[in-house]
Design a protein around this ligand. Structure first.
Ligand SMILES: Cc1cc2nc3c(=O)[nH]c(=O)nc-3n(C[C@H](O)[C@H](O)[C@H](O)COP(=O)(O)OP(=O)(O)OC[C@H]3O[C@@H](n4cnc5c(N)ncnc54)[C@H](O)[C@@H]3O)c2cc1C
Length: 441
């Protein structure tokens, strides 16, 4: 018998770890434990619905999930059905791949008002994540302010700006489609505290904003530097120059008066307070200047009236119980992935919330090497032990085959041309399976 390994989570980091383990230790068993009934983490619940091509990686992950070494235990949460120490008692190695899908707060007075929503919640809502079905954001507003200038901010702006026809081929969930597409939104402000050179969005995503059917991108040319100055790699400079060229193109293009919405790319402004009573009525910004790469206040202020503020300023992880947790960084403390003997971390819980899907691959490969170097198989109970424990706790683990039944129902339910219609509630997913979803086999 080979090593018994439990991977907690089923996002990209979990799948790259499992794939690398299969390669390096083909006699191992890998049990993937996921709190939701559905696999794939942010590929399913983060990546924008209209970027379906990005979700193609799910096919490769599906092949890994069906390898003979791997078993998927969906609907099982570490910290709910069983604790991390119990899991560690059962397996030679436990790999934490739980991601970092919590919002960083805006951190200004008024950021707790109704109508201030973090991007993790908002994206989760329009992507049908069960945790956010009942979010009910107030979209009865002409202006929406998105604080942040990364690709997540762009995703949100684009989803708010696209027409029903532009979204028809995608799986924007019904509750979000109805609200977004009947909303009176006209102006979407994407505001960053620093300048266009510091903005984190990538060029493909930025260029896409110039091709929307009912929305003009708006840029103030006076905020654009002539070139990308400052210390950076040649690769970064090329990317920044491309972004500058795209933004200049937006600034120079005459507004198409047939388009009813506008996305304002606005730089050099830091939020200082969310305005209103218990609900958001606006947001106040201070103009900034960038000095040594940092935004410094200039003492000039302006306000934007709005009923919805979306903070897209980054993600963090919830504290993972029974681990040495770094509260400041929002990650599990680790030395290149090693946390404690037999405990490892990969992906966003290891490195923090940055990078693209592929950035998680080297984590998985390094982790598989560490596990096969550090450990030899023991007599721990492994998969049998987990199954016994879950049975004793009357848990309802779902297998990958169960997930495929849910997926099939989602595909059968889809609007014509759309890839799937997600069930946003766990109870709806379990209902698809009827009574047959008890054994994880
Ligand atoms: C809004 C958004 C859009 C993005 N779009 C793109 C894009 O278009 N292209 C791109 O390349 N990258 C994109 N990314 C980045 C990419 O999604 C991440 O790099 C990647 O998902 C991180 O992988 P992960 O496995 O660490 O975490 P996750 O994908 O978050 O997976 C973590 C998994 O762990 C599970 N879990 C959490 N806690 C527990 C527990 N206690 N017990 C059991 N399971 C648990 C979660 O349910 C989840 O399934 C996007 C990110 C975000 C936030």
């Amino acid at each position: 018998m080979g090593l018994s390994i439990a991977v907690v989570g089923s996002g990209p980091a979990a799948f790259y770890t499992a794939a690398a383990l299969i390669e390096k230790a083909p006699d191992c068993t890998i049990d993937m434990i996921e709190r939701l009934p559905t696999p794939f983490g942010l590929i399913r619940y983060g990546v924008a619905p209209d970027h379906e091509h990005t979700k193609n990686v799910m096919k490769a992950y599906g092949r890994t999930a069906q390898a003979p070494q791997v078993r998927f235990f969906g609907n099982v949460e570490i910290g709910r059905e069983l604790s991390l120490s119990e899991l560690r008692g059962l397996y030679d190695a436990v790999v934490l791949a739980v991601g970092a899908a919590r919002d960083r707060p805006l951190g200004v007075p008024g950021d707790d008002k109704e109508g201030v929503i973090g991007s993790a919640s908002f994206v989760g809502w329009y992507n049908g994540h069960p945790d956010f079905v009942d979010l009910a954001p107030n979209l009865e507003t002409k202006n929406v302010v998105i604080v942040g200038q990364g690709n997540v901010a762009i995703d949100i702006a684009r989803v708010l700006a696209k027409t029903p026809e532009e979204m028809a081929r995608f799986d924007l969930v019904d509750h979000a489609a109805q609200k977004i597409q009947s909303a009176p939104i006209e102006d979407i402000y994407m505001i960053g505290r620093r300048g266009p050179i510091e903005a984190k969005f990538t060029n493909v995503e930025l260029r896409e904003m110039g091709h929307l059917v009912n929305c003009n991108p708006v840029v103030d040319a006076s905020q654009l530097p002539a070139t990308a100055e400052g210390e950076m790699s040649d690769r970064d400079r090329r990317m920044k120059e491309k972004n500058l060229a795209t933004l200049k193109g937006f600034a120079d293009a005459p507004a198409d008066s047939a388009k009813k919405k506008r996305i304002h790319f606005s730089f050099y402004a830091a939020p200082v307070a969310v305005l209103g009573g218990s609900k958001v009525e606006g947001i106040r910004f201070e103009r900034t200047a960038v000095k040594d790469g940092r935004a410094v206040g200039t003492g000039q202020f302006f306000e934007i009236p709005c009923r919805l503020v979306i903070a897209a300023i980054g993600y963090c992880s919830a504290k993972v119980p029974e681990t040495p947790f770094d509260d400041r960084e929002g990650i599990v403390k680790n030395a290149d992935g090693r946390v404690e003997p037999g405990l490892y971390a990969v992906g966003w819980i290891k490195r923090g919330p940055s990078g693209v899907i592929g950035t998680n691959k080297p984590d998985g490969e390094a982790c598989a090497t560490q596990i096969t170097t550090d450990l030899t198989p023991s007599a721990k109970a492994g998969r049998n032990g987990l199954e016994n424990l879950l049975r004793a706790r009357k848990a309802r683990p779902l297998s990958f085959a169960d997930w495929q039944v849910i997926e099939k129902a989602e595909i059968a339910n889809a609007r014509p041309g759309a890839p799937r219609r997600k069930f946003p509630r766990v109870a709806e997913m379990l209902a698809v399976l009827g009574a047959g979803a008890v054994a994880a086999s």
